[in-house]
Write a new protein. Structure first.
Length: 79
């Protein structure tokens, strides 16, 4: 496994040390768990962005919003 250096503000580092001590774990394990959770929360977004057709649809929708194009009412959308 490769390593990376991460700068953490001192107050957050100190809190992580306390939590790690209470949980009898290491800060690197806590950070690894947090990174896993972050990746999982963003997995669906990454999957959508890996599909060019969805990226195009998102861009088109964003452009329409910026131009003020009026959308459909929720009740008029197809299921």
């Amino acid at each position: 496994m490769t390593t990376a250096t991460v700068s953490i503000p001192e107050e957050k580092r100190d809190i992580l040390k306390v939590i790690a001590s209470i949980e009898k774990s290491e800060i690197k394990d806590i950070l690894s768990e947090l990174i896993d959770e972050y990746i999982e929360r963003h997995r669906e977004t990454l999957e959508l962005l890996s599909r060019p057709d969805w990226v195009d649809a998102i861009k088109k929708g964003k452009e329409e919003v910026e131009k003020g194009v009026k959308g459909k009412a929720l009740g008029k959308l197809a299921d």
